[in-house]
Design a protein around this ligand. Sequence first.
Ligand code: SAH
Ligand code: ZN
Ligand code: ZN
Ligand code: ZN
Ligand code: ZN
Length: 479
Amino acid sequence: MANPGKLGVDVIINNISENPCCIHGPTILFERFHGNGQSRQFYACSACRDRRDCSFFHWADQKIANGKKDLWTKLIKESRQGKSHEAEYKRLEAIKALPASERSYCTSCSVLLGGTEKSSHTSCALIFPITNKQLSHPSTFLPPKESSKLEAQYLFTSNSVDVIIGMLQNLQASRVLCIGAPRIHEAITDTPQLNMVSLLMDIDDRYCSFFSPESCLRYNMFNHHFFDEEKAKNTYKQFITENENLVIVADPPFGGRMELLANDLNKIQNDWRIARGLESETELPVLFIFPYFMEPQVIANLPSYTMLDYQVDYDNHPLYSSGPKSMKNGSAVRVFVNQPRSLFPLPESEGYHFCKLCDRWVSISNKHCEKCNGCMSKDGRMYRHCDLCKKCNKPSWIHCSKCFRCQPQDHKCEVQAGQKLRCHVCGCSGHKRRDCPKRKVSDTTFSEEPKKKKKKKKNKSSYPQSLEEERERNMNIFS
Ligand code: SAH
Ligand code: ZN
Ligand code: ZN
Ligand code: ZN
Ligand code: ZN
């Protein structure tokens, strides 16, 4: 962040549906800031943070050359020529009738195979047999796309699935929109006693092989784009229109831009209000799953939300789960809700308890602070009240006399203090760069397209090595 050439990028929320399209639907308008008070806007893919997953890039101040336009139209067309969801669903019905031993799944071609069909996949990676349980819970055997920045899949433990289902029951949900939450969708569709109907909306098209076109849609949650266009949009509209208790569960990739996720949730809320003829204040209940250290960004973009203390556990996430390799304080992931927190009892068997004063359930080490008048812990540890800061802080932090607040022991005073308060464009304090009076958009002196491969780091995995790194990255994105 000290490098003036690298001040990061803002998202511009405009009428997204009018932006040029890549194969993932309408692109997003971004604004890149340069240290000398200038900035320039460009369009890039909404879903892919890595240019290698989607190469769309276009400076907003330049005309799109015809050749480029044709190329993207062609790519979009090609990307739509995959399997039809109806046909896939028919195959599923036929394969369900076979015994488990005659079912297999080809992970190379992402297709379910029945009987002798596997003989034409001899050089592919096959999974077999496929039991009934696996057919209804594909997330248990589909290889998670962990390395891809596009889909980054981290799956709930069965215990966390139960807790989230319990939250849905407390909200008396009868319809659930599962956005990027296949395990919740699987649990609902396979448990008729719950009396809930679920619609999965996820960008991973492999799920379409296992669920009907009425219960599963390929969807991009960063631009509210339905890959099957009108048909899928109608399925979604119908689902949200019925006179039922609708609840949304969303577990987006954590590197995703919060502004876009909030914009998407607000769009769905709005669609729902219009479809049901509801007042603009009526809130569609949402369980939004995101790390605790993103709380400021979540609340800034979704002001009616609050964070629950429940630590969401993952089967395959080295950093966010509570296993041996994980964070010492357990998972960093929480559930954000736009309903009163008292509606969400948390499992006593895991040490959660009810705080009468706060009227909510909190974690075992979250002790009520009389001075703050609340249970102040965020990360699951017992926080310590600092009389100088007049608030509770992480137990390992110390009060720094240069920064005038509590900070991690190894922090760098000047850098952090200086950056926190100053506008990136003019260097003055009191406003953010977005509101800077000296801000100049679209200066063509920066005409070079960002290099495609050069800036790749050593660390190949899409997930950072530490939580601090993740936080740092998020700060860069959002500053
Ligand atoms: N914990 C969840 C899975 C969360 S992983 C569970 O166990 O059910 C994130 C999910 O979001 C994945 O299913 C992934 O395919 C999906 N996803 C990633 N990017 C997306 C996008 N742009 N739009 C919609 N879904 C997306
Ligand atoms: Zn794209
Ligand atoms: Zn306190
Ligand atoms: Zn302090
Ligand atoms: Zn300091």
